[in-house]
Design a protein around this ligand. Structure first.
Ligand SMILES: [Zn+2]
Length: 478
């Protein structure tokens, strides 16, 4: 695994450029997704969308421009988002009467509309998701992880009461955890955000958090219980069965293209990109080797394998370009392709081919008669291998023995000296904002979440030493 923190960001940028996933544009913080980068998002989308629909949600689309007055209606929401909003102030050469924000998220526009759409208990629940782009004018940007414009999905639901809305909030968090673990092979901790880290305008925010190979955390998805805050701000009421006007309880939940950045940072190695098989744009590449041009049987066999894999639904490429095999091996490795098959005249004579998994050091010989099964099996086992490797890495770099700020600083000093990553620490917290703030100021470690299932329970606050109310993951984060 790649562990040198000092040049991790350089490695990250090199990796995505060599893999041809994106390009920079003249607009600061706004990137172009190239086809191999965009296809990663499409596979994430497909899987998420399937699970959203299985749980009763439908997709809709809302405008990108939001009137300024909408933001004024929910005080916490405007405070949280106003510093990073880009504004449209004129159109067709004329100054607008009211300026319009490029949406950072759509609670306000959707709140406004839901107040018209929801009249009676019969209209509930409303279960809607939107696939869209959003804008947050970030000072420091990093492709896929933090950009001024990014792609995401945002779910917005309305319910008769708190119980149902909270159930929805948890259900969506569970779906996020499952997709990130089962599709992207990234292990995550699910838990609750502290007050200071929760979504602007939420009653409670829950997240899944993933550890990158430099030990930093990425918040990979969030789900919010919004209570009646947006319902009150936008007057979303329904007539209940007793014929009384009642505020709905709302939720929102989102995941974004930062998941792509997480995949790169969790699975990559010193050679570059390593893609989990389920989202790789190319899962298998077939490469003829040796004097294959003089031997038509090689391409015949490869074409046969190609067709058989295609028929099984695998995403396969046959590279018969005139580059040398060594050049091709390197190119496809940089693209993170999970499985490579090599076939030359001598292999064909022996009735076998060579198979190389992107994350394994050695090539293995596989019999041609069962090659399709071998490849399919390898794609499955590679997923498990990547997941287990990431999980072992996370365990190795999750520290549970640190109980005071002094110990944390000592730990940071040691990791700097030994050039190891500081990782995450599991510590107690009394619940006081000041303690959380102090830890952040002095170590840049922020609270990630209060895990639902902490490996152990902590009893004293890392900062003040008083009784801990919560056991919390602390880490530096993207
Ligand atoms: Zn404290």
């Amino acid at each position: 695994m790649y562990q040198k923190t000092s040049d991790f960001s350089k490695w990250y940028i090199d990796t995505i450029q060599k893999a041809d996933l994106m390009d920079y544009t003249p607009v600061r913080g706004c990137i172009a997704f190239k086809p191999d980068g965009y296809e990663l998002w499409e596979h994430i989308q497909e899987e998420m969308d399937k699970r959203f629909k299985e749980t009763g949600h439908r997709n809709a689309y809302f405008p990108m421009l939001i009137p300024e007055s909408f933001f004024q209606k929910e005080k916490d929401h405007i405070e949280g988002f106003s510093p990073e909003l880009p504004w449209v102030t004129e159109a067709a050469g004329e100054k607008l009467e009211e300026r319009l924000a490029l949406r950072p998220t759509s609670e306000t526009m959707i709140g406004h509309l839901y107040s018209n759409w929801i009249k009676s208990y019969r209209d509930l629940p409303v279960l809607i998701n939107q696939w869209a782009n959003v804008f947050r004018w970030e000072k420091k940007t990093l492709p896929f992880i933090r950009t001024s414009e990014f792609l995401w999905q945002e779910g917005h639901t309305a319910h008769v009461d708190e119980e149902e809305a909270r159930k929805e909030t948890m259900q969506m968090l569970t779906i996020y955890k499952e997709v990130v673990e089962e599709l992207l092979a990234i292990p995550v901790y699910d838990g609750q955000k502290t007050r200071s880290e929760r979504f602007a305008g939420a009653v409670d925010t829950y997240s899944i958090e993933a550890m990158m190979q430099d030990g930093k955390a990425v918040q990979a998805g969030t789900s919010h219980y919004l209570g009646t805050k947006f319902a009150e701000a936008f007057d979303i009421k329904y007539l209940n069965k007793e014929n009384k006007h009642t505020y709905v309880h709302t939720t929102s939940w989102g995941t974004s293209t930062r998941l792509i950045g997480s995949v790169i940072m969790v699975h990559g190695d010193e050679k570059g990109l390593v893609l989990p098989p389920k989202i790789a744009p190319t899962q298998v590449v077939l490469i003829p080797v040796g004097p294959w041009k003089k031997n038509p049987a090689i391409m015949e066999k490869l074409n046969e394998i190609f067709a058989a894999l295609k028929a099984k639904g695998a995403r396969v490429r046959l590279d018969d370009s005139d580059q040398s095999p060594g050049y091709k091996f390197n190119e496809w490795e940089l693209k993170g392709v999970p499985v490579r098959i090599e076939l030359g005249p001598r292999d064909l004579e022996k009735n076998h081919a060579l198979m190389k998994a992107r994350d394994e050091g050695e090539k293995i010989s596989i019999p041609l008669e069962s090659i399709i099964e071998s490849i399919e099996k390898e794609l499955e086992t590679m997923h498990t291998r990547l997941f287990e490797k990431a999980k072992a890495f996370r365990t190795e770099n999750s520290h549970t023995h640190i109980d005071s700020l002094k110990q944390l600083k000592q730990h940071l000093g040691e990791s700097e000296q030994n050039e190891t990553i500081p990782g995450w620490i599991l510590a107690g917290w009394c619940g006081d904002n000041i303690c959380e703030e102090n830890v952040k100021e002095q170590t840049k470690f922020t609270t990630r979440n209060i895990p639902f299932n902490p490996p152990i329970t902590k009893h004293t606050c890392i900062h003040c030493g008083k009784e801990a109310k919560h056991t919390v993951w602390f880490a530096r984060a993207y």
